[in-house]
Design a protein around this ligand. Structure first.
Ligand code: C5P
Length: 219
């Protein structure tokens, strides 16, 4: 933490995809770049928050001025988040794999012995877990809802189901260019209502989010 409107506060940010092993050389993953999560962690640290970034595999360098914990799987990400509590601010921007292999093979699976099906099991929902962390629940728990249709309606439902405070809903339809791109278009969803933000860079989204956080926490 340093000087700035968020000094004295602690923040936790998840970012990037997760990799879920199928065998020692194969994994389930997704197209998340980590850009939005890393930008949010950077902005929170710059505003003075003592920040921990829990990052899945990403090409991005570790941002300066904060602590980065590297993980591969959703289970590792949840454990790293839990060891980073207590914090006042949690932002879950990671694109966590919803499923993992129920029984990753110990050895590389051979073509001739290939199974007809891959058995999957559900991963923990880190945003939901942080939202119901009891006495360790952060004051402000913020998630994303990346949707390709009915963005606001699905995000409202997600806010209620996961028990978080705010959802930043964004359109990730292929033509939006959001996944892997520089820009994002957000609707900020809170119990009080929906605030549409203009299209802006992921860095600008991070800065605006920090301003909203500071205002809400009375900074
Ligand atoms: O359910 P869905 O994946 O659409 O929810 C997205 C939000 O939930 C994001 O904030 C994401 O970081 C978080 N999430 C999570 N753990 C999961 C799945 C999603 O933290 N297993």
């Amino acid at each position: 933490g340093g000087a700035g409107p968020l000094s004295g506060l602690r923040a936790l940010v998840t970012s990037g995809p997760t990799h879920e092993p199928i065998d020692p050389v194969r994994y389930i993953a997704n197209r998340s770049s980590g850009r939005q999560g890393h930008a949010i962690a950077t902005a929170l640290a710059r505003q003075g928050a003592e920040t921990t970034l829990v990052s899945g595999p990403s090409q991005l360098p570790d941002p300066p001025g904060l602590k980065t914990l590297h993980v591969q799987t959703a289970e590792e990400m949840l454990a790293a988040c839990q060891t980073s509590l207590p914090v006042e601010i949690a932002v879950c921007a990671a694109a966590v794999a919803d499923w993992r292999s129920a029984a990753p093979a110990q050895q590389k699976m051979k073509k001739n012995g290939a199974p007809a099906a891959l058995e999957l099991t559900a991963n923990p929902d880190i945003l939901a877990e942080l939202s119901k962390a009891g006495s360790l629940r952060p004051s402000l728990v913020i998630g994303f809802a990346a949707e390709t249709e009915n963005v606001v309606a699905q995000a409202r439902e997600k806010l209620a189901r996961k028990g978080c405070d705010w959802i930043l809903a964004n359109d990730v339809a292929p033509e939006s260019g959001t996944f892997g791109g520089e820009n994002n278009q957000i609707n900020l969803i809170r119990a009080e209502g929906v605030e549409p933000w203009p299209q802006m860079t992921k860095v600008a989204v991070a800065e605006r989010l920090c301003r909203e956080i500071a205002a809400t926490l009375g900074r």
